[in-house]
Design a binder for this molecule. Sequence first.
Ligand SMILES: Cc1cc2nc3c(=O)[nH]c(=O)nc-3n(C[C@H](O)[C@H](O)[C@H](O)COP(=O)(O)O)c2cc1C
Length: 175
Amino acid sequence: MKVNTAIIYASVDGQTLKICNKLMEVFEQNEQEVELFSIEDFNEDIVNYNRLILGASIRYGVHDKKVIDFINTNKEQLDAIKTAFFSVNLVARKSEKNKPDTNPYVIKFFKSIEGTPTRVEVFAGKLDYKKYPFFDRIMIQFIMWMTKGPTNSDAEIEYTNWDRVTEFGNRLTAL
Ligand SMILES: Cc1cc2nc3c(=O)[nH]c(=O)nc-3n(C[C@H](O)[C@H](O)[C@H](O)COP(=O)(O)O)c2cc1C
């Protein structure tokens, strides 16, 4: 049977999308069929895929509600195929919070969905104060100050560990 994978992202500033593009590369290197969609544009029939990967970033403590709704609305079809979910957030820059069972947002995510994805991961995202509107910048600076992160307003730091993304991609191609 032909194996076809859909990767669906919910990304505001592009880091989750960048991670999805890396996963696309890994699938293509393994000569596997893969298609990329934003959660807004995904109108395909899930039965056309035998693997579905969902990635979403955190904003003010929550994943995009569309992702949670998508999972809960399509529970039966998703249970019938291999699925993976990954979260992108800044708390995961800390080694003690960068695993699915130690990241508070992933723990909370499991309480908001029905069913269990086959694989779950969490990646540290990107901090880029220059991109943020005034209010968001002040809020993120405050959160960073509380969690001993950088607060200088021109800080631009990509915390994503790309080796871990590649490794996750390789594990998914073997599902
Ligand atoms: C307005 C805003 C709110 C955020 N809130 C949180 C948060 O509550 N916890 C956290 O760990 N990261 C938070 N982040 C960090 C993002 O999750 C991180 O920058 C991620 O890389 C964004 O991914 P995206 O570009 O795909 O949206 C926030 C970022 C922004 C801009």
